[in-house]
Ligand binder design. Structure first.
Ligand SMILES: NC(=O)c1ccc[n+]([C@@H]2O[C@H](COP(=O)([O-])OP(=O)(O)OC[C@H]3O[C@@H](n4cnc5c(N)ncnc54)[C@H](OP(=O)(O)O)[C@@H]3O)[C@@H](O)[C@H]2O)c1
Length: 269
């Protein structure tokens, strides 16, 4: 397997892809407060999602998604107490057109991560939180039958009957107020006892988190490929931030495999 080269903070050759983000040791970061981290694979022209080839809506571009980035996604997911997803994701999932994020490291290729998680004394899989105002999604059966808690975080104006239906299925429905914000989201997680929170949603939820200074670390995989395409999603979508959000560069690794990509991470300043 092609080795990586670390470019920052210092130059170092021959770094193994396997174990790279486990070595970031997320669970040693932060203090008592929730530690929120997010991860995107993006094209050089900033696209994390492009129009689905045959259906309405956007999808992660097939020609930037890749197995090496996917391995790192799993290494980040396995370190979490809870993984954040969205109503949109579960609708697409039910329609069979979402990239799989719920099974995390179930794949036999990631058996080592299962072993890692169990050695930490953690539950077999992180719980799943779904951010949604509409509550218009089915909860996949495999999530309801397993050991993972499903948490839905929603607004006071969401449909009451749908909330009741979800609760009847064993879902923990949390109404955070009139709107979901980064702050209310993180408070809901803290009150539910979650400390390490992996955000796997797209640009709207990331905007909420950033606007409230609630994102502790951002991971980006930047593939050396330009896509074009419209409409598209970038990593953040929402109003101009009141103050620009500056991040501190944490690490950069060069992956020379195939077309090439950079694995980059930033910390909150
Ligand atoms: N390349 C990558 O690494 C990457 C990573 C993540 C996502 N993506 C792509 O980005 C696109 C968008 O992803 P996404 O839809 O998961 O992310 P999103 O744009 O952050 O979230 C949208 C969904 O979250 C809920 N939501 C957002 N803000 C809310 C608020 N303030 N209150 C209540 N609910 C709120 C809504 O659910 P309801 O509609 O149910 O109310 C909405 O449909 C997708 O095409 C996805 O594939 C790419």
């Amino acid at each position: 397997m092609t080795a990586l080269t670390q470019l920052y903070p210092q130059h170092q050759a021959d770094i193994s892809l396997q174990g790279l983000y486990l070595s970031h040791n997320i669970r040693a970061l932060g203090n008592e407060a929730p530690f929120v981290y997010s991860n995107y694979v993006t094209s050089l022209d900033g696209r994390i999602a492009v129009p689905h080839p045959t259906k309405p809506g956007l999808v992660v571009p097939k020609n930037v998604a890749n197995a090496r980035d996917w391995r790192l996604f799993q290494e980040l997911a396995v370190q979490a107490d809870v993984l954040i997803s969205s109503g949109r994701y579960l609708r697409d999932y039910a329609d069979g057109r979402a990239q799989e994020i719920l099974q995390v490291y179930d794949d036999p290729r990631f058996a080592d991560l299962q072993t890692w998680r169990s050695a930490q004394g953690l539950s077999p899989q992180p719980d799943i939180a779904v951010v949604s105002a509409s509550l218009n999604f089915p909860v996949p059966a495999q999530l309801l039958s397993g050991e993972r808690q499903v948490v839905v975080i929603t607004t006071a104006s969401s449909p009451v009957q749908k909330r009741k239906d979800l609760a009847q299925q064993g879902v923990n429905v949390i109404v955070v107020g009139d709107v979901v914000t980064g702050k209310t989201l993180v408070t809901a997680f803290q009150e539910s006892g979650y400390q390490y929170i992996y955000n796997a949603t797209g640009p709207k939820v990331l905007h909420l988190l950033l606007a409230d200074n609630a994102l502790d670390r951002l991971y980006l995989t930047q593939v050396n490929r330009l896509l074009g395409g419209a409409p598209y999603a970038g990593i953040v979508d929402g109003p101009l931030f009141e103050h620009p959000i500056d991040m501190a560069l944490n690490s950069i690794y060069l992956d020379a495999h195939d077309v090439g990509q950079l694995f980059i991470s930033y910390n909150k300043r």
